[in-house]
Design a protein around this ligand. Structure first.
Ligand code: PMP
Length: 428
């Protein structure tokens, strides 16, 4: 039998750290990753046949569970007609119509192949449209691995303690100004000083790459007003929150209209897809209708569009988000109650079907609170859960996700497992 360990040994000789994306390597939680052979509904199975209840969901896309028949069948139908055309295809038009109908701030859209591409392209558009060079991002927010964003970044960059990466030229990093998330006074001060030089402000409207931190009441609205006042484009990075916290994303959930929005994950149904879109006057500045260049050999790929469209169909079912939110509440309330029972200092954050678990009594509202939490306790909890067949994101700085395949029985089993693990943590 192929074992996880054998595969990881082979992988480490050939792939940096044995993986194709850093957080997968389990470096921060310790131990070795498992290798998934197949996935279905709320579950993953590794190459040794062990089953895991999965709260990572391919880092977000699997909102209807893994291997959903409607998505799989849409892909199967699409591939019979060929894998890539390099010409326009009808599914791209349907995809654009679907996005525009679901996200009122988006008049026009450009499909790309990843979240990283979406954010890099949106920033180029912001710079091209405003004629300004500087951008603002938030400490602990992750927007993919473009040079402009690997400055005080979240996710893997934060997990590995290198929030600002070597290889990012100083000239590029100098154009990225950073702010503390959820601190409106700091934003006002920066805009007062630099407002006229800023092309755009990019934010995860719910921070999901330093665990899960919702915006304080009125925070996003205040940022919207600051951007409008200073002619700065407000860019929502909804790669994670889009079609996750609500059908219309965080912008619908909080009632804010950004100038540009980036998408990824769910929009591709599990295929490599991203997109960016926004106001028509801005989007028309993208080539070939305008001078700002951005292109992609595989962009709008017919198979990826088929998967994404099937997914976007499923999530429009009446009551889908109410149901998903109720499941997430049940899960997080249940885990919290088990922690309290065991006397473990613990708190949870949750927006829609996105959640964060914190080993502290405090409500976590800032990067500082998130990064000074008890990472060692999280790591012990992670391994206790993993051993018992529950897979949480392998880092204290990642959000968790619930899918519509996580039914009551699955959630109850996870809560019971969490209770066992909390008790075992206290016993040691
Ligand atoms: N933005 C956000 C908010 C993300 O969470 C991620 C990925 N986790 C990205 C951008 C980058 O997306 P990708 O990994 O598809 O490049």
């Amino acid at each position: 039998m192929t074992t996880n360990h054998d595969l990881f040994a082979r992988a480490q000789k050939l792939l940096p750290g044995g993986v194709n994306s850093p957080v997968r390597a389990f470096r921060s939680v310790g131990g070795e990753p498992f290798f998934t052979e197949r996935a279905d509904g709320p579950y993953l199975w590794d190459v040794e046949g062990k089953r895991y209840t999965d709260y990572v969901g391919s880092w977000g896309p699997m909102i209807v569970g893994h291997n959903h028949p409607a998505v799989r069948e849409a892909v199967e139908r699409a591939i019979r007609n060929g894998l890539s055309f390099g010409t326009p295809c009808a599914a791209e038009v349907t995809m654009a119509e679907t996005i525009v109908s679901l996200i009122p701030s988006v008049d026009m859209v450009r499909m790309v192949n990843s979240g990283t591409e979406a954010t890099m392209s949106a920033i180029r558009l912001a710079r091209g449209a405003t004629g300004r060079s500087k951008i603002v991002k938030f400490e602990g927010c992750y927007h993919g691995h473009g040079d402009s964003f690997l400055v005080k970044a979240g996710s893997g960059a934060l997990t590995f303690g290198v929030p600002t990466s070597p290889g990012v030229p100083k000239a590029s990093a100098d154009l990225t100004l950073t702010l503390p998330y959820n601190d409106i006074d700091a934003a006002k001060l920066l805009f007062a000083q630099e407002g006229k030089e800023l092309a755009g402000l990019i934010i995860e409207p719910v921070a999901g790459n330093m665990n899960c931190i919702p915006p304080k009441d009125g925070y996003l609205q205040a940022l919207r007003e600051l951007c409008t006042e200073h002619g700065v484009l407000l860019i929502f990075d909804e790669v994670m929150t889009g079609f996750r916290v609500a059908l219309g994303g965080a912008q619908a959930y909080y009632g804010i209209t950004p100038d540009l929005t980036c998408f990824g994950k769910i929009i591709g149904g599990g295929m490599p897809v991203g997109a960016y879109g926004g106001r028509q006057d801005l989007m028309e500045q993208i080539a070939p209708s305008g001078p700002i260049y951005q292109a992609g050999t595989l962009s709008g790929n017919p198979v990826a569009m088929a998967a994404g469209l099937a997914m976007l169909q499923l999530i429009q079912a009446p009551g889908f988000y109410d149901d998903l939110t109720a499941r997430t509440v049940r899960l997080t309330d249940g885990i919290l109650a088990e922690a309290k029972k065991a006397g473990v200092p613990f708190s949870v954050n949750r927006v829609g079907a996105m959640f964060g678990l914190f080993f502290t009594d405090e409500t976590v509202e800032s990067y500082t609170q998130a990064t000074t939490g008890d990472v060692a306790a999280f790591n012990r909890f992670f391994h206790g859960m993993l051993e018992r067949g529950v897979y949480l994101a392998p880092s204290a700085f990642e959000a968790g996700f619930v899918s519509s395949a996580h039914d009551d029985a699955v959630i109850a089993a996870t809560i019971a497992t969490a209770g066992e693990v909390f008790a075992s943590l206290q016993a040691n």
